[in-house]
Design a protein around this ligand. Structure first.
Ligand code: ST9
Ligand code: ZN
Ligand code: ZN
Length: 342
């Protein structure tokens, strides 16, 4: 009897502890689920006020700079601002973009050094950072992992993305992008290392010093001209991320946001053929046609190829372009067919 009573007691204790275990289990499950949900908090904007203030100063300064250039500064100062803007733009389009980000051609070291200096004049971050963001943009276009995701509106894709902390997806998914080629290019490595000195020198100090030294421009006028030149170049570049992801035709792929836009094409030195570029990013022309008027960068690369500094220029055959456009384009340039086997 004693034994069976103990057995009964043990059995009921077991029962209780099993039930307890079960409830503990569900509570732990609930807790861990909550933990997972908590560890992935809803994305919230974190404004970086330092950048907001800097961009405000730049844009107000640029407007005043335009006024000064028109009414007070010397003609040479205006000309100089245009020259610096053009050189800086070549550094971004021919250098950071078509050479380093997309490897659409190869360049000998003197050309790479020149492009690196021009790209530094543009102050759009050093080549490594510029290329990383751009490759991530191509790989994850129109998603949260796209640094300037155009689905978040014109302002965000234009300049808003430079005034808030990046979406965690940009950093997490961005880590999957291979950057080893740039880590092996000494020109890129050295620019990154010395950027804190090179950038202020080439983007602000030298461009302001030249007009003062060579044609006695007033330092204040030269400074505001610099602000105008820099801010204008930034905005023209940003249009590729904003306007050329919102308005225009999609002759090659109708399912993505990038568009072909002649106005952005011309003002961004041939980088506005953005629907084509997203479909065929390895084409050194970044456009189907090599028209120099709407694609000044192509003219520059062709010139360097002519003197032998640029080589292995990659492009896409007419048949391939036509085939792709017929399959996925919007029909604005090539007739759309439903025949997938052609
Ligand atoms: C500018 C760039 O304007 C413009 C680019 C335009 C692109 C256009 C493309 C079209 C092509 C054609 C060009 C046409 C040109 C036409 C010319 C005509 C004249 N992947 O950034 P952090 C990680 S710049 C992987 O600080 P926060 C990484 O570990 C204007 N990982 O993030 C990084 O550490 P580290 C001047 C990534 O804190 C860490 O995260 N510059 C990636 O969220 C922290 O990164 C400015 O205004 C990635 N993609 O801050 C500067 N990204 O770097 C503005 C990050 O050490 N920037 N990681 O490896 C900033 O202040 C900050 O970046 C932030 C975000 C506040 C925006
Ligand atoms: Zn794009
Ligand atoms: Zn690109």
């Amino acid at each position: 009897f004693g034994n069976s009573a103990t057995l009964f007691l043990e059995a009921s204790q077991q029962d209780v502890s099993q039930k307890k275990n079960a409830t503990e289990k569900t509570t732990t499950q609930k807790l861990s689920l909550q933990k997972i949900q908590n560890s992935k908090p809803k994305y919230q904007w974190k404004i970086v006020w330092r950048n907001v203030i800097a961009f405000l100063y730049l844009h107000i300064g640029a407007l005043y700079g335009l006024y000064i250039l028109i009414v007070a500064a010397k003609g040479y100062t205006f000309l100089w601002a245009i020259i610096v803007a053009l050189l800086a733009a070549i550094g971004v389009t021919g250098g950071a973009h078509r050479l380093w980000a997309h490897r659409s051609y190869k360049a000998k070291w003197p050309m790479r050094v020149i492009l690196m200096i021009f790209q530094t004049m543009a102050f759009q971050n050093h080549i490594y950072e510029w290329v990383r963001d751009h490759r991530v943009h191509h790989k994850f276009t129109d998603t949260d992992a796209d640094p300037h995701n155009a689905q978040r509106g014109f302002f965000f894709s234009h300049m808003g993305w430079l005034m808030v902390r990046k979406h965690p997806d940009v950093i997490n998914k961005g880590a999957t992008v291979d950057m080893s080629d740039l880590e092996k290019d000494p020109v890129v490595v050295w620019q990154r290392r010395l950027y804190i000195v090179l950038m202020p020198l080439f983007c602000f100090l030298l461009p302001t010093w030249v007009p003062c030294h060579f044609w006695n421009e007033k330092p204040m006028y030269a400074w505001y001209a610099t602000l105008f030149r820099y801010t204008l170049s930034l905005n023209l570049t940003w249009l590729v991320n904003s306007a050329a992801h919102i308005w225009g035709m999609k002759p090659y792929d109708n399912t993505i946001s990038p568009t072909d836009s002649i106005s952005v094409g011309i003002s961004a030195m041939g980088e506005g053929w953005h629907n084509y570029h997203h479909v065929f990013p390895w084409d050194y022309k970044a456009a189907e046609l090599g028209n120099y008027r709407t694609n000044f960068t192509t003219a520059i690369i062709d010139f360097f190829a002519w003197i032998g500094w640029a080589y292995d220029l990659k492009t896409v055959s007419y048949t391939m372009v036509k085939k792709r456009a017929a399959r996925t384009g919007d029909g604005s340039r090539y007739e759309r067919t439903t025949d997938h086997h052609n």
